[in-house]
Design a protein around this ligand. Structure first.
Ligand SMILES: [Zn+2]
Length: 210
């Protein structure tokens, strides 16, 4: 059964086995040191990634990417065209399918301290250290990854994104095939007519910037 397009899950069983095993090992090591490391978003559907990518982009920015991908990855192109843009500063640098979160090879980690969740700071850095010790890669140490300076993102491979790893998925059409294999795009067909579309966002953007 395919996964939902807008999935955001902390379920380790949805991840690639090699990665989830190393994550479990990390969590255990943290626990032994009295650090209550927790998994935030691990597997993220391309719909959720599209929403994140669009939310800090301008309509023109989104429209040009929609145009670039229309031929090679029409489903991903349609997915980003349907998201509201310019809605929030909290976005993502990575397009749907070009984040390891859609391939079961990335997870965001946080630390539980009394009644609060810590995503940054000294304790998050201690978790990053444990991530590195088991052989995974963490954004705290990979300073060239975007966005820079995150204290929570861990992944299986050193290459920042799937398209930056030669031989994994060398083109957008291959990325789209991989997304269709794993996620239920029929769900998008059902909801897309009721979601925002680019035309709406463009009007909204023009309105607020006038
Ligand atoms: Zn992440």
């Amino acid at each position: 059964m395919k996964l939902p397009l807008y999935l955001e899950s902390s379920d380790l069983s949805l991840l690639e086995p090699e990665f989830s095993e190393l994550l479990r090992k990390t969590l255990k090591k943290c626990e032994e040191k009295g650090l209550r490391a927790r998994v935030g978003c691990a597997m993220r559907g391309p719909g959720a990634q599209a929403r994140m990518w669009c939310q800090n982009k301008s309509p023109d920015n989104v429209a040009s990417m929609v145009g670039i991908l229309q031929k090679s990855a029409p489903k991903i192109s349609a997915l980003i065209a349907a998201q509201p843009c310019g809605m929030s500063p909290q976005g993502s640098w990575h397009m749907p399918g070009d984040s390891w979160h859609q391939h079961g090879e990335a997870a965001d980690l946080w630390v539980e301290v009394k009644d609060s969740a810590r995503w940054i700071g000294g304790l998050a850095e201690l978790v990053a250290e444990e991530v590195r010790k088991v052989g995974l890669y963490h954004s705290h140490f990979e300073r060239h990854w975007n966005p820079r300076g995150r204290h929570w993102h861990a992944q299986l491979r050193k290459e920042e994104t799937p398209l930056s790893l030669r031989g994994f998925a060398d083109s957008w059409s291959r990325i789209e095939e991989m997304m269709v294999e794993r996620f239920d795009f029929d769900e998008f067909q059902k909801v897309s007519t009721t979601t925002y579309n680019l035309a709406f966002s463009r009007d909204a953007f023009t309105f607020v910037t006038k």
